[in-house]
Design a protein around this ligand. Structure first.
Ligand code: ATP
Length: 421
């Protein structure tokens, strides 16, 4: 896989370089509530600018339906990117139209442009190979080289991630490399020797600063903590991880489908009724720990009526919105013995103060682990920052939720395959 270093060695002065970034930041209206993903790509952009490249940045934001939608405009991101870079960022109000063409044509060496949300064009996420290829061809016309630094999107077979990479000389950006190195170390720490795939084996080397823990640290016990809301998304991950983990701690919205599968009432909590049989099957492993107490409320609001109840006695009409203090303490006990930890998904609706204690408690327990700890997932990383936790206390905070989970699941990631080809 060629890297940004290779591209810089080849020389970028005056060349138009397309950078696929993951600038999919959380927004409150047009206010960016967490700019972690913008900051993460800054080193790559700075190196290209210093090299004198004309830099064209592309990203998606949210899930617009293949047409312009002001709610998902990247305009606020362009402004923030400019502030962080300390240089004006030219913003194109479309993806491959007149605005994009004139913006790219007007770029001088060392300047940066951002195209509007790629998902405003149906070709970006189309299921049709020809439609994606057509959009990629139009994007490719803007550049002479392609750098993928969008780790959060490498698991998507989308035009800007897969087809575009194959149309231009392609290079992995620093962020993608670092993510692969760290997750590769996690995968190799957790898997029997010899189980690594080609994607992993190139990535499984110790990586200095990225993995400050001593490489002689024992990798086990390996504990995975899963939360968040997308139960069906994560069941496949649980299935794939169970043979390699020593314990899997489940909180967040997904725990209620498991509790229901054990025969308990879950009130009005999140439930995916069609997954009950799957959950029952997974519980048979004996490795899954579920909450023993739950913070319930009459509604999802700061001023809701809130109580803590046993996980086996959630009252009808109430919603489970966080794990309770006894669960935090039990999960912390398990984590205190761990030597490798992967955490994805908040333990509760951490965005609201009454339901943030579970996520905070588990996150704090992870910061105390004497071993290698990885936080994967946009929301989990945002939770770490929003709760004011010390980011440097974690071994690595990944910018990609779905991507890091699919990597650990052992799936081939289309964006990485394209870079390797
Ligand atoms: P991503 O996949 O985007 O990187 P993630 O994997 O870190 O993110 P998600 O699965 O998207 O996490 O879930 C995060 C959301 O889950 C948060 O917005 C949080 O409010 C919500 N959540 C957590 N616990 C509950 C619960 N008990 N009920 C409802 N929602 C919950």
């Amino acid at each position: 896989m060629k890297t940004l270093d290779d591209l810089l060695r080849e020389g970028v002065t005056g060349r138009r370089v397309l950078v696929r970034a993951d600038l999919n930041v959380p927004l409150d209206g047009s206010t960016i509530t967490d700019d972690g993903r913008i900051r993460a790509v800054l080193p790559t952009l700075a190196r290209l600018r210093d090299g004198g490249a004309r830099v064209v940045v592309m990203s998606h934001l949210g899930r617009p339906k293949g047409a312009p939608d002001p709610k998902y405009s990247l305009a606020p991101v362009a402004a923030r990117l400019g502030e962080l870079l300390g240089a004006e960022v030219a913003f194109a109000t479309d993806t491959v139209g007149d605005s994009a063409k004139s913006t790219v044509d007007g770029l001088r060496p060392g300047q940066v442009a951002l195209l509007e949300n790629l998902r405003f064009n149906p070709g970006e996420t189309s299921k049709g190979d020809a439609e994606r290829a057509d959009f990629a061809t139009r994007l490719a016309a803007f550049g002479e080289a392609y750098v993928d630094d969008a780790f959060g999107a490498v698991h998507r077979k989308h035009a800007s991630v897969y087809e575009l990479a194959r149309l231009l000389p392609h290079y992995a950006g620093g962020l993608v490399l670092r993510e692969l190195e760290v997750l590769g170390r996690l995968a190799s720490a957790a898997q029997p020797v010899g189980a690594a795939t080609s994607q992993r084996s190139s990535a499984a080397q110790p990586v200095g600063a990225a993995t400050s823990q001593r490489s002689s640290d024992p990798a086990r016990p390996y504990v995975v903590v899963l939360g968040g809301s997308k139960v069906s998304d994560k069941l496949a991950v649980i299935q794939a991880l169970l043979p390699t983990v020593d314990a899997l701690l489940v909180g967040g919205g997904m725990c209620f489908t498991f509790l229901k599968a054990q025969g308990h009432g879950v009130g009005d909590s999140l439930l995916e009724a069609d997954q009950l049989d799957n959950c029952r099957g997974l519980l048979g492993s004996g490795k899954i720990a579920l909450p023993t107490d739950i913070v319930v409320a009459d509604r999802v609001a700061e001023d809701a009526d809130v109580r803590t109840v046993p996980a086996t006695a959630i009252p009808d009409g109430w919603k489970g919105l966080d794990i309770g203090p006894a669960t935090v303490s039990a999960f912390a006990d398990v984590l205190s013995t761990a030597r490798t930890v992967f955490w994805n998904g908040p333990m509760g609706v951490f965005e609201l103060a009454p339901f943030a204690a579970g996520t905070r408690g588990v996150a704090e327990a992870i910061t105390k682990v004497d071993g290698f700890t990885v936080v994967g997932g946009g929301d989990s990383a945002a939770a770490v920052r929003q709760l004011g936790l010390d980011e440097s206390a974690f071994g690595h905070i990944s910018t990609g939720g779905g991507a890091s989970l699919e990597y650990l699941e052992g799936k081939k990631l289309p964006g990485i395959e394209a870079l390797e080809g």
